[in-house]
Design a protein around this ligand. Sequence first.
Ligand code: NI
Length: 425
Amino acid sequence: MGIVIRDALAVLPGGKGPETGRHTIYIAGDLIAGIDEKPEGFSEDEVISGKDRLVIPGLINAHTHTYMSMMRNCADDLSFMDWLFGRVSPIEDQLTSEDAYWGSLLSQIEMIRSGTTTFNDMQMHVHQTTRAVRESGMRAVICRGLVGDACDRSDRRLQEALEEMNDGKDCDRLTFLLGPHAPYTCGPAYLRMVADVAKEKGLGIHIHLSESVTEIENMRRDHDCTPIEYAYRAGVFDVPAIAAHCVQLEGNDISILAQNGVSVVTNPASNMKLGNGFAPVQELLGAGVNVCLGTDGAASNNAQNLFREMGHLALIHKGTHRTPQCVGAPEVFEAATIAGARALRLHTGSIEVGKKADLAILRLDTASMMPNNNPVAALCYSADGSETDTVIIDGRIVMQGRELKTIDEERVFFEIRQMCGRLGL
Ligand code: NI
């Protein structure tokens, strides 16, 4: 199958960040096969006009929990610990794996509709999520959330997590990480054991670190260190690691993250909504840390729309530093695209020949995008994601003219309504 996007404005990697220009993009199979140069033997099965369109790499949501979308707007304006242990965990305990399947599909609809093509998911219900990913056509990196205290290699969840990775055997849109949940739910011996298993099996790690002030205080009281030092000592950073949040950093935390090549996922809406603050992104970028962007789950955000996050990321650091040069639009764009691909070790995140064909095509003829003075700035400061017209993932059109091609949206909405009635939400 050959798809050509003809003569569109497109954001490509340039020498000093993203560059916008008019290009024709050729997609053959699952790859970007040519830019402005038609590959030999290319068959134009589908031609998409680039008139009034902007092509960007599909956005990468580097931290979420897709199954939680049914908990949207049912645990708001609560402290972090009340939110997690008082409200979210009790609902989570009632969820069936079928609920998680529909919940994940709802999140995936919202992501596709706002230009996201890949997500990094920490999960309780891996089989149902991989089933949803196979159907939706999205690209996903999945880990089972692990919690424990003892050094026990026969730990049920760990064994299940390793077995669940077989779900990706015949689907190259699915890859896996190990997911020790957080320092406050994983004891030192357990965390060390998970890190050892990751090292042996060549897996990366996805973990929550330094999210709330309470977490820092408890860690100081119990272990006399920061959560970053705790994870470092346990060997978590000996493998490619992705740390969600990193809001409360102190002492040597930033240099530990930088020296160990840890990717940090900032989740501005979730962090602010839970009153946790936000990651010191300007300082992390200055230290050379790979900073990517995530939504976190819909229970704490309450959306799965990376355009909102780009807007927050572009604004909050300028406001708090009282410096408008802080975290500019090109850096925000890269956090939402190539930085996520780097963290997840995927061959996506930029429009380049030979990369996977994961693209979002946005309308430029909307009030929010008009006039088209600076498309990269428009993505961060003006767009809300509803400009997303067509989405291509792995060379397959999953939405065209805002019509979803792979998911029955009405059916998902019906199931979610039923589920919320049953759960008393
Ligand atoms: Ni999270």
